[in-house]
Design a protein around this ligand. Structure first.
Ligand code: C2E
Ligand code: MG
Ligand code: MG
Ligand code: MG
Length: 284
């Protein structure tokens, strides 16, 4: 029951609604300032191959809030998407990731690493997105083949002809594509084969079901078979137990990401993890 007081001023009699609206407006203001204040940080979660060799990492955003501590992306990305702030934030993430790739390229021990960056539907459908990525690659000197953009089915299903054209332009630059959270949407095989994808990422919810050896892995098997039919690499997210990895490997999965290997960690930890991991996998 909102009551209009004069021109455009709306007050809610329900104090709870009024308070939530004010909190939201305040959070939007804070989020607007967060980038300028250096409060956004990137965490890195390793992605490994069948021999546990490190391929690279997924870049995952966090907000280091001065009072509320480390805020996970699910608590502010929806707001960033609604308000359009995701455009600037997303650009910043891409800049950071590409600058990091360029820096690793100078270091023989880390030069092979690639980075996967999450891209929102709103960000991807911006008119200037392709040019933005091209400009960032050019400015940083990052090898485009080491940059992987993670898109979701809902992003791709929206305005398909445009999406395919955009993906093809980026692919010509050398950029890779992964279909994130795969299995949770409605993509058909016919539709998938039209998209210039490089990787399918099996959603965590399906990986969870592989914990007990007797659970029916039919869906995971179908997803992996789909990936193989389309000549795509298949990576599983949310791998927490060795048995899950083993089951996935038996079904034909080749890449893994999850707490079994490492949680998302700050840059310095990730680099250290890679160096130790690399050393550990060397023959004695
Ligand atoms: P996502 O892209 O599907 O990322 C995977 C999420 O699973 C991450 O959550 C990660 O921390 C979590 N995870 C990884 N391994 C495990 C595991 O073994 N067990 C469990 N339980 N969870 C695991 P996070 O970091 O909270 O990110 C959540 C979502 O926020 C991401 O889902 C992605 O959709 C979005 N996001 C994160 N960073 C960005 C960004 O820079 N831009 C955009 N647009 N979205 C982002
Ligand atoms: Mg992702
Ligand atoms: Mg995912
Ligand atoms: Mg997911």
């Amino acid at each position: 029951q909102a009551k209009t007081e004069g021109r455009g001023i709306i007050r809610f009699h329900d104090a709870g609604i009024q308070q939530r609206l004010e909190e939201r407006a305040f959070m939007e203001l804070e989020l607007r300032q967060a980038a300028e204040r250096d409060e956004l940080v990137l965490y890195y979660q390793p992605q490994v191959g069948n021999n546990d060799k490190v391929d690279g990492a997924e870049v995952l955003l966090r907000w280091q809030h001065p009072q509320r501590g480390l805020i996970p992306p699910m608590d502010f990305i929806p707001l960033a998407e609604e308000t359009g702030l995701i455009i600037g934030i997303g650009q910043w993430v891409l800049e950071q990731a590409c600058a990091q790739l360029a820096q690793w390229q100078q270091d023989p021990a880390l030069a092979e690493l690639s980075l996967a960056v999450n891209v929102s539907a709103r960000q991807f459908s911006e008119a200037g997105f392709v040019q933005q990525v091209a400009d960032i690659l050019h400015a940083t000197g990052a090898n485009p083949h080491r940059l992987k953009l993670e898109l979701t089915e809902s992003t791709l299903l929206h305005n398909m002809e445009d999406t395919i054209a955009r993906m093809q332009e980026l692919q010509q630059l050398g950029v890779q594509f992964s279909l994130d959270d795969f299995g949770t949407g409605y993509a058909s095989l016919q539709y998938l084969q039209r998209l210039p994808l490089d990787q399918l990422k099996i959603d965590r919810s399906f990986v969870q079901g592989l914990l007990s050896g007797d659970s029916d892995p039919a869906i995971v098997r179908a997803i992996i078979a789909m990936g193989q039919a389309l000549h795509l690499e298949v990576i599983a997210e949310g791998v927490e137990e060795r048995s899950q990895q083993q089951n996935l490997a038996l079904l034909g999965c080749s890449h893994y990401q999850g707490y079994l290997f490492s949680a998302p960690v700050p840059l310095a930890h990730f680099e250290q993890w890679c160096l130790q991991h690399h050393n550990a996998s060397q023959p004695a």
